[in-house]
Write a protein that binds this ligand. Structure first.
Ligand code: LLP
Length: 424
């Protein structure tokens, strides 16, 4: 029955005099009319504000935007312009950032299975550092050095043996993990010893990332404690504590701000006597809440005694998070943002499977009808970046809005795009 908590909308969102939604000084219905649906709309000022907050909290050179959360040319430029470094976790992410004009020395290279070509690209381009994840990667770096490439700056990714409170698919700090060098079984120390003695790499520091969408400050404080214990005796210039700050997606959820998160990490490190620079890699907390997705309702199916299905023109191809992690979202009508939502329904997409659910138990205004715009807030992270062409749906465009203007930063895919890679 409850109304949409307006705190889940982007910072610049307003309820206009007729009850409808405006963002960045633009009328959402007008944007949908002009650019079609599904549509991602980002509040540009909010993206900038979150980047600035991260830089102000951790200091220039210590705030690294995890591009996997949302990356396109405009986003790479925006994060860099606001003073962030960029975490790229594949040759493709590195390519997009470089092509956007971000200098290589502002990039940090990640990945649990970097190919030799990706490593060669990172070294040749001159990335700031590479976060090394395995002994096999060290072998590849030896081989590249033997080819005559310079020894890159590296950090060692450590698995601290902590299980963060989040979905198991996105918890990464526990012993049973494909990521990093295990602290408990001695691999981490072995890796650090090898890197210190190696002529192929220059060890700059150690890194950990305990997981994503983590809400509990205690999880981060514990990671800082374990990593401080490991890194202080090493006396290296940098300690990275990764990303992972959770965001509120649904009514009742509450998350720390980047500043609050920073205070937990920085206070813990200071109390433990860490002298290294503390860096972090937030992704979700920079971009998630800045965006909404706008769909059009195409069908409403009421099965008496069973449930009501509301079908929209997108689905698991623009937001696979509900299917992958059981993630919850709110739904609302942009024409009546603050309306009561007494109708229980399942919000589904247009893909050819029953698992194509956007909101399992949505609540919506009772007068929702075919043709209505319907929106889900907090879709700025891991939505567009994990979007697919399943059922050959074309991926939605992305708009940045602000000061009453909208600019297309990613255009809608066309049917022709769908066959670009086909060879007849
Ligand atoms: N650093 C590393 C090494 C990471 O692996 C990640 C995320 C981040 C930073 C950024 O974490 P964030 O601040 O965004 O939590 N697709 C999943 C999330 C996967 C996260 C992968 N790594 C989701 O939609 O929830």
């Amino acid at each position: 029955m409850s109304r949409l908590p307006l705190s889940l909308l982007p910072d610049s969102a307003i309820v206009q005099p007729d009850g409808s939604l405006g963002i960045g000084g633009c009328d959402v219905a007008a944007l949908a009319a002009e650019y079609g649906t599904p549509l991602f709309i980002y509040d540009e000022a909010q993206l900038r504000a979150r980047c600035r907050e991260a830089v102000a909290t951790f200091g220039l050179g210590n705030a690294v935007y995890a591009t996997k959360a949302f990356l396109c040319t405009a986003m790479a430029r925006l994060a860099y312009d606001e003073g962030m470094l960029l975490d790229v976790a594949s040759g493709g992410e590195m390519f997009v950032a470089l092509r956007a004009g971000v200098p290589a020395n502002a990039l940090v290279m990640h990945g649990n299975n970097k190919s030799i070509d990706e490593l060669r690209m990172a070294i040749t381009e001159g990335v700031r550092h590479i976060v090394v994840d395995s002994f096999d990667e060290l072998d590849r770096l030896d081989a590249l050095h033997a080819e005559g490439l310079p020894a890159p700056q590296v950090m060692a990714r450590i698995t601290p043996g902590l299980l963060a409170h989040t979905h198991e698919f996105i918890a990464t700090g526990q012993d049973d993990s494909k990521f990093g060098f295990n602290l408990g079984n001695g691999s981490a120390m072995k890796a650090v010893d090898r890197m210190r003695r190696s002529a192929s790499v220059q060890l700059r520091g150690v890194h950990c990332h305990i997981g994503s969408n983590v809400f509990e400050a205690a999880n981060f404080a514990k990671a800082a404690e374990v990593m401080a214990g490991f890194s202080i005796p090493l006396d290296l210039p940098e300690l990275s504590l990764g990303g992972g700050l959770g965001v509120a997606y649904i009514e009742g959820e509450e998350a720390s701000t980047i500043t609050q998160w920073g205070n937990v990490l920085l206070d813990a490190c200071a109390a433990l006597g860490v002298k290294s620079a503390i860096s972090v890699e937030p992704g979700r907390s920079i971009v998630a809440a800045a965006a909404i997705t706008v769909y059009t309702v195409g069908t409403i199916k009421d099965i008496p005694g069973v449930r009501t299905y509301i079908g929209v023109d997108g689905g698991m191809s623009d937001n696979p998070r509900p299917v992958l992690y059981g993630s919850g979202y709110e739904a609302f009508l942009p024409r009546a943002v603050a309306a009561e939502r007494p109708l229980s329904a399942r919000l589904v997409g247009k893909h050819c499977e029953s698992g194509d659910v956007l909101v399992l138990d949505a609540t919506l205004p009772a007068d929702v009808k075919v043709g209505d715009l319907l929106s889900t807030p907090v879709t700025g992270a891991y939505g567009h970046s994990m979007a697919s062409n399943y059922n050959k749906l074309t991926r939605p465009p992305v708009l940045f809005v602000g000061d009453g203007r909208a600019r297309v930063v990613v255009r809608r895919e066309t049917y022709e795009d769908l066959v670009q890679c086909d060879v007849e």
